[in-house]
Design a protein around this ligand. Structure first.
Ligand code: ATP
Ligand code: MG
Length: 532
């Protein structure tokens, strides 16, 4: 990169800038207020967690875990690490003149250094393993043992092979060497539900009054194809209710919370879809999934590659398909509502009644599924306008099995996540995105005396919450007024020596150019009233 090359934000990430950040602040402030009124407390989990936490909770079978996670190995710099780096970038030297003597010439001179380096690596690796400096996993243990043997075989075979064969073996060994795990596998969080459940267990929150109601907001990371409303670093506002009962009233109140938040922001044309996906039992979802699999197998030839694969891995996900030509086929598939067990059926009916009681409007969508085993019963999604095909602003559902899956006690759970980027986009599209920018007051001062007064005035106004621009150096009044209107200030406070000595300050309203004189106290009072 030349010294003049410009840096740019990484693909799929972006800078949020003023004045738009004022809208982000308004959204987040409103979230804090609304969530508090529903009795939720804020949790701020870390941005990265062990990869295993997400693998286990979100599921290996999902796009997120299979291909979208930003993962890295967290290791201390060490000699093992240095040897590993040296080995994986090693390549055979060209035309080496071998030293005379036992090393011989040709192949041995070329490839013996790799074997020597590998010996050092094995030695340092074993030492680090014994001292617990690298993860003491069975995989690391046997890999280190095997590599010693493989090094011996490599060394003794060098002279009986040609360069190409030796190179191929070096590549194979490099692949093996890379497998040595030097540190913990960590991942930038792709979502926060797993972290909240981990925290619930870690801090024994089951001993607190149940349910525990938590909300969070912050950045999430997924390696997806960036497009409008889809980023690699994006933001979610979400909440989880953990513990206590699975009363449908809880599901309904969680949904009511989101709808109240959206209404408070002025988000228009939202549509809430709900569904029940039952629970993992033979007389409920499991039975339905088998039926679905059987029906899908009959029409397999007419389905796309993704859906064909999902017949085996996760038939429910086929219902998610957006492919035009699959829609007619999917419409004829059996519906889960007809295959719920009695308890799940009742739970779902109660959910709808509870939503009605709260005046929350919804549509039922039998194709709304969450493909994971721990999700159960209530699922919901909210779409908003102006977002094209990325129109889901919120997804949520019940996940009674998750805390237990992560090693905690059996615990009920339900939650949702709002895509804040999409929420903001939709507010902007709907004309609800404008936020007042610019300053309340620009202080146009001239002269040393006036400056001291201007500083004092700025301090008093700011204390009262008025936003003030105090230019750092003297300007002619004409210039100052020009800058005031460029900055979008509403008023210019004019302070020259005359004003200071008379105690009569001039306030100019920039929108219409009118001027009025005030004594200091009266002017402060007037501006406090007028502040945005
Ligand atoms: P989608 O079907 O749009 O990919 P999802 O099912 O992956 O959504 P969830 O994991 O349920 O989404 O996350 C909840 C919300 O977070 C989504 O409804 C969406 O608003 C938002 N979201 C998810 N992924 C992204 C992303 N890459 N960029 C921006 N927002 C996102
Ligand atoms: Mg997604």
């Amino acid at each position: 990169m030349s010294s003049k090359a410009k840096f740019q934000a990484i693909r799929g990430t972006r800078d949020l800038l003023p004045p738009e950040t004022a809208l982000w602040n308004r959204v987040e402030q409103t979230a804090h207020e609304v969530f508090r009124t529903f009795g939720f407390g804020e949790i701020r989990p870390p941005i990265f967690e062990p990869t295993e936490l997400f693998a286990r909770s979100i599921g290996l079978d999902t796009d997120i875990v299979a291909k979208e996670m930003f993962s890295f190995e967290d290791y201390e710099p060490s000699t093992v690490f240095e040897y590993r780096s040296a080995l994986v970038i090693w390549h055979e030297p060209r035309d080496v003149q071998g030293p005379p003597g036992p090393l011989g010439t040709g192949a041995l001179a070329k490839f013996q250094p790799f074997a020597a380096l590998l010996s050092l690596f094995c030695l340092a690796g074993r030492q680090a393993f014994d001292n617990g400096l690298i993860p003491r996993t069975p995989e690391n243990d046997s890999l280190l043992n095997e590599l010693v043997g493989e090094r011996d075989i490599f060394l003794s075979s060098i002279q009986s092979r040609n360069d190409r064969e030796n190179c191929a073996d070096v590549d194979r060994l490099k692949e093996r060497i890379r497998r040595l795990q030097l540190g913990d596998e960590l991942t930038l969080r792709p979502e926060a539900t797993a972290s909240v459940c981990r925290a619930y267990i870690e801090h024994s929150m089951q001993q607190m009054p149940q349910p525990v109601k938590l909300y969070y907001m912050g950045a999430m990371f997924r390696r997806e194809r960036p497009q409008k409303g889809r980023y690699r670093q994006f933001y979610q506002i979400g909440a989880e209710v953990l513990g206590g009962s699975d009363a449908p009233a809880i599901d309904a109140e969680v949904i009511e919370l989101v709808m109240t938040f959206f209404a408070r922001l002025g988000l228009e044309s939202t549509e809430l879809s709900i569904n029940s996906i039952g629970h993992a039992a033979d007389n409920c979802r499991r039975g339905y999934v088998e039926l679905l699999r059987a029906e899908l197998t009959k029409v397999k030839d007419q389905l796309g590659a993704d859906s064909q694969r999902r017949i085996e891995t996760n038939p429910l996900r086929v219902l998610d398909s957006k492919l035009e030509h699959e829609q007619g086929i999917i419409a004829k598939l059996p519906k889960i509502a007809d295959h719920l067990c009695d308890e799940c059926k009742t739970h779902y009916a109660q959910l709808k009644r509870q939503l009605d009681l709260r005046g929350v409007k919804y549509v039922e969508n039998w194709r709304l599924v969450r493909g994971l085993d721990y999700y159960m019963r209530t699922t919901f999604e909210i779409t908003a306008r102006g977002l094209g095909s990325q129109n889901a602003v919120c997804g949520g559902g019940r996940y009674d099995g998750l805390v237990e899956l992560l090693g905690g006690p059996p615990t009920k759970g339900i939650g949702f996540a709002i895509g804040e980027d999409r929420l903001i986009l939709s507010l902007q599209e709907g004309g609800k995105g404008s936020v007042v920018e610019g300053r309340d007051v620009y202080i146009a001062w001239l002269g040393e005396n006036a400056y001291a007064t201007a500083i004092r005035a700025a301090q008093n106004l700011r204390k009262a919450g008025v936003s003030v621009e105090l230019p750092p150096s003297e300007q002619k009044f004409g210039k100052a007024l020009e800058r005031a209107s460029k900055l979008g200030a509403r008023f210019a406070l004019i302070l020259g020596d005359n004003e200071v000595s008379s105690g009569e300050w001039t306030l100019k309203t920039l929108a219409d150019g009118t001027q009025a004189k005030f004594a200091e106290a009266a002017l402060l009072e007037y501006l406090k009233q007028k502040k945005v």
